[in-house]
Design a protein around this ligand. Structure first.
Ligand SMILES: Cc1ncc(COP(=O)(O)O)c(C=O)c1O
Length: 394
């Protein structure tokens, strides 16, 4: 019941929670975790099972000893922002610290962009299956998410016809997420250009969630940065790049300095600034451990090949071979059972994964496996998955 309806029903002012808090639900992804025991083989967690580069951990400690324990400017440490800008030079020349705002994670960056770009009553086109924060973020700012499908039969790539069918006069932005969580989908430059042209035609902001940009297995990451479109806002994070999920540090980057001024203003009211010492640690990681993400990506690729080969050899399972991120999203056909029921059966047999339906209705019939465990554990887990599916399929 909303606050207003409470008033009407009881004739007195009853203090309850904001409509925005009541409008959002906890994500379905956590549900399986809460049921899992300690001894399961977990394909649940979307975080690299690596430690951050030790040089960054040492730099973090040293920075604190050096007194870097204070507020920084809202946009963040200029040297780090300049380094981040430089790291995008292959995509876009001429970027500098004014194009970057540090945030306290990709999650924070996303919320910032919804706050900066979306008015109440306006809508944003969102992928489905989705990273579960997008829709609630739209609701939190009084807007609405309208979902475009990213289907298995299209290699999880959005189709412009679907986007055209959704866009209306209240659409202000389209969010793209490549490499994708949960599907592992990646774009080629032609596909990127079609999605870009769609946004340009309708004068939409592009919120491009590229947090997996350094976990790409074949060729180069295809970015919306460097396309020349002034309404591109890129979300990034060091969670996956340097296995720093618990550190909570990310950033927004855009060629659009006017937009960045708005982003920085909003960021002040979200967190005042990012973490002082940590920014020195991330700078050290960028300077001295720049090959760390490719080292992780090489391992993820091997795991990816292992899990895809195993899954495709199982009855009723079809799995694309992703070119990036840390997930597979196979179609798993068990007649008469939902993906949640299949995931529950797997859990009983000692394997934790996420039901596809936790990422939206078109995820039904799929399971998401994060290959963030060793190759040995992947093999043991896949043995169990195979046995469970054989049992369920009779
Ligand atoms: C697609 C995507 N975007 C954003 C995030 C947020 O990352 P973080 O808040 O850890 O920076 C995640 C985390 O899993 C993700 O998968």
């Amino acid at each position: 019941m909303t606050a207003l309806k409470c008033k009407a029903a009881f004739g007195v002012v009853m203090r309850t929670f904001s409509d925005r808090a009541l409008a959002i639900q906890p994500t379905g992804v956590r549900k399986m975790f809460d049921l899992a025991g300690d001894d399961v083989i977990s394909f649940g967690l979307g975080e690299p099972d690596f430690q951050p580069p030790s040089i960054a951990i040492e730099a973090f400690h040293q920075a604190m000893l050096n007194g870097r324990n204070k507020y920084t400017t809202t946009a963040g440490l200029p040297a780090l922002r300049a380094k981040i800008a430089e790291s995008w030079a292959d995509y876009q020349s001429g970027l500098d610290e004014n194009n970057v705002c540090m945030t306290m994670s990709g999650t924070n960056a996303l919320l910032n962009l919804f706050m900066t770009l979306v008015n109440p009553g306006e809508n944003v086109l969102l992928p489905e299956p989705y990273f579960p924060l997008y829709g609630p973020d739209a609701r939190l700012v009084g807007g609405e998410g309208k979902y475009y499908p990213c289907l298995f039969e299209n290699e999880f790539i959005p189709q412009v016809a679907d986007l055209e069918a959704l866009v209306d006069e209240n659409t202000v932005a389209v969010l793209y997420n490549f490499p994708s969580n949960p599907t592992g989908g990646t774009l080629n430059p032609e596909q990127r250009d079609e999605l870009l042209a769609f946004a340009q035609k309708h004068d939409l902001w592009i919120i491009s969630d590229e947090v997996y940009d350094r976990i790409v297995f074949e060729g180069e990451h295809v970015s919306f940065m460097g396309t020349g479109y002034e309404k591109v806002m890129v979300v990034n994070s060091f969670s996956k790049t340097f296995a720093m999920t618990g550190w909570r540090i990310g950033y927004i980057i855009s060629t659009n300095v006017e937009a960045m001024k708005q982003v920085i203003k909003i960021q002040y009211y979200i967190s005042a600034c990012s973490n002082d010492a940590m920014q020195y640690a991330v700078l050290e990681a960028m300077n001295s451990a720049n090959d760390y993400p490719s080292m992780m990506a090489a391992e993820f690729q091997q795991r990816c090949n292992l899990i895809v080969d195993r899954l495709n050899a199982m009855p009723g399972v079809q799995c694309h071979r992703p070119k990036g991120a840390i997930y597979v999203f196979p179609k798993v056909d068990v007649p008469g059972m939902t993906s949640e029921e299949v995931a529950m059966e797997l859990l009983k047999d000692g394997v934790l994964c996420s039901p596809g339906s936790a990422f939206g209705p078109s995820g039904e019939g799929h399971l998401r496996f994060a290959y963030t465990i060793s190759q040995e554990d992947i093999s043991r887990g896949m043995d169990k998955v195979e046995a469970t599916l054989k049992r369920l399929q009779g």
